[in-house]
Design a protein around this ligand. Structure first.
Ligand code: CTP
Ligand code: CA
Length: 231
């Protein structure tokens, strides 16, 4: 392939990064959430700004300062994240889904706080959330058939605990994305920590191992891989 200077390749490109973890409301004061801190997504957004990209950061419940130079859209739920990401994807070159999107949400949200009584509580019934990355992959396939533009590069993130490569490859294909960054979970890695270790699965190439290191380093490698795929 083409040799590139490290750090090159995103000048003038429009990129969308989702970060953090969605919250699915149970009632006005309670939610179902996850442990995503947003650190990896924010590192990706900062690195893209530094490389000259026009960055939209869709942040779900992240307690970090807005990265300078990025347009930040704050959301709470998976439904809101979907709206914000799909809108920003319309004129984007790259979409990176680093957010941890809740797979399910409560069927109904109580409009007033659920009170404790002498009885055990009612069960909370759940319904599936839309799969935003799979939807992006599907829309892109349709637009390409119609000769219309849609993001050149789609990147997913996944945390797998077992059969990492087999599960990751299946997920990459199912979602129709180009790159899938599979995090190794546990051992003080991933959630809320400054370090990460990962394998980047590539739809039409060999996997790239990223050794344990700062989330900034992983961000740089991801953008290098993205840049080689931009037409
Ligand atoms: N994702 C998404 N919408 C969802 C769930 C996940 O866009 N409703 C995205 C995530 O942002 C991530 C990728 O899909 O980039 C993989 O998420 P993951 O949770 O690993 O995949 P799932 O398909 O939900 O599979 P599972 O949780 O069962 O492993
Ligand atoms: Ca999931």
């Amino acid at each position: 392939g083409i040799l590139r200077k490290p750090g090159a390749g995103l000048a003038g490109r429009r990129v969308v990064v989702s970060a953090g973890g969605t919250r699915e409301a149970i009632d006005p004061v309670r939610f179902i959430g996850n442990r995503s801190s947003g650190l990896q997504g924010y590192a990706l957004a900062r690195a893209a700004v530094a490389r000259g990209a026009e960055v939209t950061l869709v942040a779900a419940n992240v307690g970090l300062a807005d990265p300078a130079g990025a347009r930040v859209v704050r959301v709470e739920s998976a439904i809101q994240l979907r709206e914000a990401v799909l809108a920003a994807a319309e004129d984007a070159d790259v979409v990176v889904m680093a957010a941890a999107v809740a797979d399910f949400r409560p069927v109904r949200q109580a409009t007033t706080k659920i009170k404790k009584t002498s009885d055990d509580p009612e069960p909370i019934y759940l319904v599936k959330n839309p799969d935003i990355l799979a939807e992006l992959g599907e829309v892109r396939r349709e637009r390409r058939q119609g000769g219309k533009p849609y993001p050149d590069v789609l990147v997913g993130f996944a945390a797998e605990t077992d059969d990492v490569l087999a599960n990751g490859q299946a997920k990459l294909a199912r979602k129709g994305c180009d790159l899938l960054v599979v995090n190794q979970v546990g051992e003080n890695l991933a959630f809320g920590t400054p370090d990460n270790a990962a394998t980047v699965l590539i739809a039409d190439g060999d996997p790239v191992e990223i050794p344990r290191g700062p989330k900034e380093d992983l961000a740089g490698i991801v953008w290098d891989l993205v840049a080689t795929r931009l037409v």
